[in-house]
Design a protein around this ligand. Sequence first.
Ligand SMILES: [Zn+2]
Ligand SMILES: [Zn+2]
Length: 181
Amino acid sequence: MAQTSPILIVAIDPVDRSLLAPLAAPLAGTFSTDVEVTRAAPLDGSFALNVSRNQYGSTPLISALLEKFEDFRGRILGVTSGDLFVPVLTYVFGEAQLGGKVAVVSSHRLRDEYYGLAPNPELLHLRLLKESIHELGHAFGLLHCRDYLCVMHSSTGVEEIDLKTEKLCADCEAKIFRAGG
Ligand SMILES: [Zn+2]
Ligand SMILES: [Zn+2]
């Protein structure tokens, strides 16, 4: 497998920073590349807060990460615990630049507590990993996949995230590595 460009994981406040480190090894495996959690200060996401929605705009966060890491030659995964939205949708689990440099994901609606259930840290980590791979997959140029087990299958609710695996199907994987990352 050809080496793809490295991935930098960046905290976006407000964020539970303990969520970041466990993503590094599985992302490195999936994308066959170096993955690091940045030691730089978190990005302060407060500028992207829409007060009336009490949600953070994912698109302005992507722009801010692009600017902050202008000189980084690789891809950026921004992770926040704030609730994300794009203007046309009630919420998003994440957003990415298709075939671009930056992806962002939120843990907000991946927590069982959000649905009135008891906390389930292991499930939260797995859901966050799936959504991180999914959004980075878009940054690597992948579109949604019809294989319902493939991590690139589209998910609008946590039930759908739980149904798919954290793996890229053979077709999606081939597309990334054929493109050379
Ligand atoms: Zn998607
Ligand atoms: Zn696929």
